[in-house]
Design a protein around this ligand. Structure first.
Ligand code: KMH
Ligand code: ZN
Length: 308
């Protein structure tokens, strides 16, 4: 079994600031939290940017630049930049970070879903910023659009910049989307799949669903042609992490997808979530990958080839 790659997803776009006071928001906070997560054992950090003044998801390249350069100054962690963007952005806008910064990795969303966040409204009594309530309410009717046309664009951009996609797979059909791209020679193997489990509007975070995704991916691609990792969104995070450690997969945790360290107790940092996974890996006798190990396992181009 390969060493365990722990990815820390630092801030995201789905967690609104009113849900937790521990969410990093400014570029400095996001970078500091990423560096801390790397020291705790994360080999990869997945980063989004937010507007420093109110935490709204940002696509401003200068916000990304500050995050990326601050992380690089202090850490050799692998940096994966989101191309998820926000509801109003075109795929070109979402992917602009790739040609600009030429990162080692970027997210690549493998299908369209109704990315519904509105149940979070129940747990917020007071909103910190005016945009949050409407943002959660409108998600009931929000289709996170990732069409075949979008895939083609992202395939071109990632291959032109030798950026390895973190393939975000929210449901079984997304594996078939990937199979199509591979058969059309738009996407090269080996692929790195991130099974995103527990978003309302897509597959749930149950043990049988994870087993099914891994089985289906193995049937479609052959086990030597892909690596996989799992994100248990919300309550499923630690349980699915444990399964993945045991099954030979990798793990992504972080405040982007889950704000609790245990039932009802908020995680105080991304590092705390990473430490929990490091502890699980120890119990299950799985070594944790360094950034160098992760570069070898994922066949990345190396930090000397990025543009920041
Ligand atoms: N937070 C994940 C459920 C992206 O950045 O492209 C979705 C995500 C998408 O990570
Ligand atoms: Zn993300």
């Amino acid at each position: 079994m390969d060493k365990l790659i722990i990815t820390a997803a630092i801030s995201g776009a789905a967690t609104v600031p009113s849900l937790t006071p521990y969410l990093p928001i400014t570029p400095k906070q996001i970078a500091d939290s990423a560096i801390e997560a790397a020291s705790a054992g994360a080999a990869v950090v997945h980063v989004h940017a937010r507007r420093p003044e109110d935490g709204f998801p940002s696509s401003d390249p200068e916000h990304f630049r500050e995050i990326l350069t601050r992380i690089r100054e202090k850490s050799d962690v692998v940096i994966c930049i989101t191309t998820g963007g926000s509801a109003m952005m075109t795929v070109e806008e979402r992917a602009a970070v790739v040609p600009l910064f030429k990162p080692e990795m970027c997210s690549f969303n493998m299908g369209s879903i109704n990315f519904a966040l509105h149940p979070a409204l129940r747990s917020i009594k007071e909103f910190k910023y005016p945009w949050e309530k409407q943002y959660l309410e409108m998600s009931k009717d929000f289709v996170f659009k990732n069409t075949f046309k979008d895939f083609e664009y992202l395939c071109d951009v990632t291959s032109a910049n030798n950026t390895k996609p973190e393939l975000e797979i929210y449901d079984v059909g997304h594996l078939y989307n990937l199979d199509y791209l591979v058969s059309e020679k738009l996407m090269k193997l080996p692929a790195h799949m991130q099974f995103v489990m527990g978003v309302l509007g897509a597959i749930r975070g149950t043990p049988e669903d994870l087993t099914y995704l891994v089985t289906k991916a193995t049937i479609l691609f052959g086990k030597e042609h892909f690596t996989w990792s799992v994100i248990g969104v919300g309550a499923a995070e630690i349980n699915l992490s444990t399964m993945a450690i045991h099954m030979g997969g990798h793990v992504r945790v972080g405040l982007e997808d889950n704000i609790y360290i245990r039932k009802g107790v908020l995680a105080k940092s991304n590092a705390e979530l990473v430490e929990k996974v490091v502890g699980l890996a120890d119990i299950l006798h799985r070594d944790v990958a360094t950034p160098l190990d992760a570069r070898r396992i994922l066949k990345l181009k190396g930090p000397e080839n990025v543009n920041f």
